[in-house]
Design a protein around this ligand. Sequence first.
Ligand SMILES: Nc1ncnc2c1ncn2[C@@H]1O[C@H](COP(=O)(O)OP(=O)(O)OP(=O)(O)O)[C@@H](O)[C@H]1O
Ligand SMILES: [Mg+2]
Length: 277
Amino acid sequence: MNVLETKEVSYKYPDGTPALKDVNFHASKGEIVALLGPNGAGKSTLFLHFNGILRPSSGKIMVEEVPLNYNKKAIMNVRQKVGIVFQNPDDQLFAPTVAEDVAFGPLNIGLEQDEVEKRVTESLERVGMAGFERKPPHHLSGGQKKRVAIAGILAMRPGIMVLDEPTSGLDPKGASQILHILHQLNQEGMTIVISTHDVDLVPLYASQVYIISDGHIIKEGTPQDVFGDVETIRKANLRLPRIAHLMEILQKKDELPFDKPYPLTIGEARRKLLKHL
Ligand SMILES: Nc1ncnc2c1ncn2[C@@H]1O[C@H](COP(=O)(O)OP(=O)(O)OP(=O)(O)O)[C@@H](O)[C@H]1O
Ligand SMILES: [Mg+2]
């Protein structure tokens, strides 16, 4: 089942900027889908459509195969199903303390105090921010804010989690940790959509990849399909995962017999190299 889908979605900002053009995107239940694209391509704009923050100029958004309705009640309802972590945590965090921030969503949907406290504790532990409950969010570092913003959405237990560049601004260990958490949540049944520039991490986690450029989806498929199309990747100002790039150089410049598709992860490259040696 497509839990999240856009049909021919176009969007123009009020100042006339055309940010999305006929975008067809879908995420099946239980998948991890990655959206890649250069700055200004339309990633954040697309994500803001997924729970009704923006409304398409034309086309439709479908959540669990039902077209999104924009009345207040329907929007409240859809926001419990689709949780969005914004690119900039300052757009998300506003309560006086970390604990109150994470508690805001669960309280807002009318959960009991006990349940709210349980979810706050669990979510903060999960993102490695236990112990920061009483700090004001604006006293946290950028990476810490990002983790708290993720905890705030986790506490809502949405079936679909959409994260706009969840690893930007995190240190390498922090970025791997976040992706590991997302992988765990996915194993527990959550559908996950992320935008990222981190092409090295994408093949490790994503089952489907989309490339957006200048408001258009220009490629979609498995990581092998998408990174196999080197020309499109470079046209979109992206790059191959480093390890695939190394294998490409070994093949093209050093004439080692590594055919396309190039391995995308260290594990695959290691197997290929050992076989050759
Ligand atoms: N509020 C706005 N008003 C007018 N134009 C906007 C607005 N927000 C974004 N845009 C424009 O829409 C286009 C898409 O922007 P968007 O933020 O979706 O890109 P992005 O892919 O998320 O980029 P980044 O990788 O830098 O986050 C850009 O041309 C941008 O200048
Ligand atoms: Mg963005």
